[in-house]
Design a protein around this ligand. Structure first.
Ligand SMILES: Nc1ncnc2c1ncn2[C@@H]1O[C@H](COP(=O)(O)OP(=O)(O)OP(=O)(O)O)[C@@H](O)[C@H]1O
Ligand SMILES: [Mg+2]
Length: 265
């Protein structure tokens, strides 16, 4: 089956020789050391690694929220300098404004960017339908489940149709069943939109199920120790995918690498 993701070519994100150091009163920390990562347009890349290995830092550098100490980062062929506009960012917690309805939380993106109101409203409606939030447009965040809140956050991140979607442990706070459902939904949205995605996760199953490639990182200083291709069809049914030899092989290799990292830590 043809999807938007397999008809596009080119590089969405290019990270070369990236090093990030932080200095504080406790001294200097090298969060990332000599990291190279090229992500193709429409690709879905999962990033796994032990706590503190620099996963969030990597996303922040791509977003232009943290400056590199060395190396280069490009988004869509242009050097990243300062906060980037053509990205969407989903955080671990939904970070919704409690006093704004679902619709108004999503439209915050449009207000901040000065988007055309009508076009933004139409896109907002489309995303609400796509993520199954229909009927909850006027609900307040506290009236929603955790999974629904994360969907709102996802809609907000997608409203301006970003070329690249950065997700930092977006489903970490959800129960296992809701998380599975969100994985299936995110997979479908990715196939429908063709957005390039970088997903940080602590779940090996989530990482492999969703990705074209899995990046495994080592602890301080954070480095990429292995890049694994996930050779699974674009359309993936959740339960049956997990039983395929390809899924099991890749997931076991990721676990092996993470186990080796944990022992060496
Ligand atoms: N703004 C900062 N100032 C100082 N040190 C920082 C800063 N941000 C991150 N660090 C340090 O950089 C290292 C990497 O942090 P980062 O948040 O990227 O890790 P992570 O892989 O996302 O971890 P986790 O899985 O726990 O979220 C850590 O040692 C952290 O203490
Ligand atoms: Mg993090």
């Amino acid at each position: 089956m043809s999807t938007p993701t397999d008809t596009r070519t080119g590089t969405a994100v290019a990270v070369d020789g990236l090093t990030v150091r932080f200095s504080s009163n406790r001294g200097e920390v090298t969060a990332l050391h000599d990291v190279d990562l090229h992500v193709g347009l429409g690709e879905f890349v999962s990033i796994v690694g032990p706590s503190g290995c620099g996963k969030s830092t990597l996303l922040k550098v791509v977003a232009g929220l943290t400056d590199p100490s060395g190396g280069s980062v490009e988004l869509g062929g242009a050097s990243v300098r300062g906060p980037q506009r053509n990205i969407g960012y989903v955080f671990q917690r939904a970070a919704l404004l409690e006093w704004r309805t679902v619709r108004k939380n999503i439209l915050l993106q449009a207000e901040m960017r000065g988007m055309d109101k009508r076009a933004a409203a139409a896109e907002c409606d489309r995303l609400i339908e796509m993520t199954g939030l229909g009927g909850f447009e006027n609900a307040l965040p506290h009236e929603l489940s955790g999974g629904m809140q994360q969907r709102v956050s996802l809609c907000r991140a997608l409203l301006h149709r970003p070329e690249v979607l950065l997700m930092d442990e977006p489903f970490g706070a959800l129960d296992a069943l809701t998380r599975e459902r969100m994985n299936v939904e995110l997979h479908r949205i990715w196939r429908e939109t063709g957005t390039t995605v970088l997903l940080v996760t602590h779940s090996v199953a989530e990482a492999v199920y969703l990705a074209n490639r899995v990046v495994v990182m080592s602890p301080r200083p954070g480095k990429i120790i292995e890049l694994l291709d996930v050779d699974l069809p674009a359309h993936r049914e959740y339960a049956t995918t997990m039983e395929t030899p390809e899924f099991i092989t890749v997931a076991n290799r990721v676990r092996e690498l993470l186990g080796a990292v944990a022992q060496a830590d």
